[in-house]
Design a protein around this ligand. Structure first.
Ligand code: NAD
Length: 489
């Protein structure tokens, strides 16, 4: 493939995301020789010289364990612009710098605008980029935008309208970093490149699907943001529903951006809305209490910084989703995500239906159902749970596991999500970014649930101990259907 050439402008270049993810990812692309000509302008509020900024970039790259080879050449392409997001004259100066760099480096007028800062500025920035002519370019112009994309459907629509004034839908790259993860991208390949899965991938052979994304960390310094967000908006609207759509979509007719996205959108359209009284029947909210993690005592959510001592914000969500189409009618998709849980893990378990008759039945002992487990993080791989004969005399069946560990086989670290997504945005491949239609449909699904939860205080909060797998009600959710959560550790 052709190597991309572009000027990359990072808004929020002194922030956490830029330091932890964006600079190291760019460095990796540079080191692997994947970029042609490029330059970076860091944009942020405080005043810094180019040299001071370059030093920060160097530190960030080193902290991420990169070698020093080529680092001087790499950082020499970094420039800094101290910026006020509401001031036109600041944009005009930025535009002038961009033009100079464009001609100095021969960047063909290609521009990436990466917004790595607080979402309340996204709309203003996009409007100024247009008004102050930073988007008048000879080459391509693309907007890369971080989550959260709005707070609900209404605010997402307002934001979308603002950014659409300056960029067309196909110039907008809405990041969902889960879509950059190796094993999330692998869902499609596992499904569509294997004769043994796709024929079974439906309600005749699958009994239920379980998607868990658990964190061990608490809210850390993000209390102020999280109080207004909660797990439903922070995780379910984007990452969890995106994984569900990849698991449930029909095979696309081609592996193009448009075909894949339209199949994903059809899943969101088939998602059965959960409203009013059904919300508490099919969704469970949790909030962590104090507890012990790795033998260290940790505080309850309500005791965290910037959190209301009587907070009604959920730090855990479990839910049962139904997809009303021919393929999935009757198959529950269970999702579960939370903070301060027992393990940091993202996993998908596909449980196949029981065999028609159990020849190996013994009292208290039935054969296990077949499971396909997709390990997203921290391990990457798949495990297939089968039954085989127990060695020795007799015909007893015993569970066996076939394991494929992604990292073990390749022998090297798979690139980080951000590295892949940055490269995709430079190449102009929007497949692993979320289209507006997906954003809108997933907000309308989630808004129905927020509407109920925000208007009723949950009396049981806090309802799960730090270091546990969430509230008991999350287990009951599956028990009602005759299932249970498969252990994820
Ligand atoms: P941060 O608070 O660490 O950084 C904010 C940046 O914005 C700083 O560079 C600051 O100078 C700049 N800024 C703030 N106000 C400004 C103004 N008025 N004018 C110009 N610049 C201004 O934030 P972050 O953690 O890097 O997050 C950035 C975005 O990425 C957010 O939308 C966040 O939700 C999203 N995000 C972050 C992470 C992460 O790991 N940090 C992960 C996923 C998504």
């Amino acid at each position: 493939t052709e190597k991309p050439t572009a000027l990359i402008m990072i808004f929020g270049a002194t922030g956490d995301l830029a330091n932890r993810k964006l600079f190291p990812s760019l460095y990796n692309l540079f080191e692997k020789g994947k970029l042609d000509k490029f330059a970076v302008v860091g944009v942020a509020r405080r005043s810094l010289s180019n040299e001071e900024f370059q030093l920060r970039v160097k530190e960030s790259v080193k902290e991420n364990g990169e070698t020093e080879a080529d680092i001087e050449e790499f950082v020499s392409k970094f420039y800094y612009h101290s910026h006020d997001v509401t001031d036109s004259s600041s944009y005009l100066a930025l535009g002038k710098l961009a033009e100079e760099l464009d001609s100095h480096y021969g960047l063909n007028g290609n521009r990436i605008f990466y917004l790595a800062m607080a979402p309340e500025f996204f709309g203003t920035i996009a409007e100024h980029l247009k008004k102050d002519k930073l988007t008048d370019v000879a080459g391509f112009k693309r907007l890369v935008i971080e989550k959260p994309f709005g707070h609900d459907l209404e605010s997402a629509k307002v934001l979308n309208k603002q950014i659409r004034k300056a960029f067309s839908e196909d110039e907008i790259y809405r990041i969902d970093h889960y879509l950059g993860k190796e094993m999330v991208q692998n869902i499609e390949v596992i499904r569509f490149a294997n004769a043994m899965f796709e024929p079974l991938w439906n309600n005749r052979y699958i009994s239920n699907i379980q998607v868990t994304s658990s964190e061990t960390l608490g809210v850390e310094e993000r209390g102020r943001y999280y109080e207004k967000s909660g797990a439903l908006r922070d995780m379910v609207q984007n990452h969890m529903l995106q994984m569900v759509s990849l698991l449930a979509m029909e095979p696309p007719i081609k592996l193009t951006t448009d075909e894949i996205r339209s199949e994903k959108v059809r899943v969101f359209r088939a998602l059965r809305p959960v409203k009013g009284e059904e919300v508490n029947e099919y969704f469970v909210r949790g909030q962590y209490d104090k507890g012990s993690m790795n033998e260290t005592d940790v505080p309850a959510y309500r005791q965290e910084e910037m959190v209301n001592p009587e907070s009604n914000t959920e730090t855990f969500v479990a839910g049962r989703l139904m997809i009303d189409n021919f393929r999935w009618a009757g198959v529950p998709f269970y999702i579960r995500t939370g903070k301060r849980m027992k393990a940091k893990s993202t996993k998908i378990v596909i449980q196949f239906k029981d065999i028609p008759m159990d020849l190996y039945y013994q009292p208290e002992k039935t054969v296990n159902p077949n499971l396909l487990v997709i390990h997203i993080q921290p391990e990457e791989g798949i495990t297939l749970h089968l039954n085989a004969k127990k060695s020795g005399q007799g015909t007893d069946a015993t569970p066996v596991k076939l394991n494929y560990a992604n990292k073990g086989i390749d022998g090297l670290n798979t690139p980080e999500a951000y590295e892949k997504l940055l490269f995709d945005s430079l190449r102009g491949d929007a497949t692993n970014f979320t289209h507006w239609d997906e954003v809108a449909l997933s907000w309308s699904f989630v808004d129905n649930i927020s509407a109920v939860w925000e208007n009723t205080k949950e009396p049981s909060f806090p309802n799960y101990a730090s270091g546990s797998m969430g509230p008991d009600a999350a287990d009951k959710l599956l028990e009602k259907d005759g299932f249970f959560w498969w252990p994820i550790t």
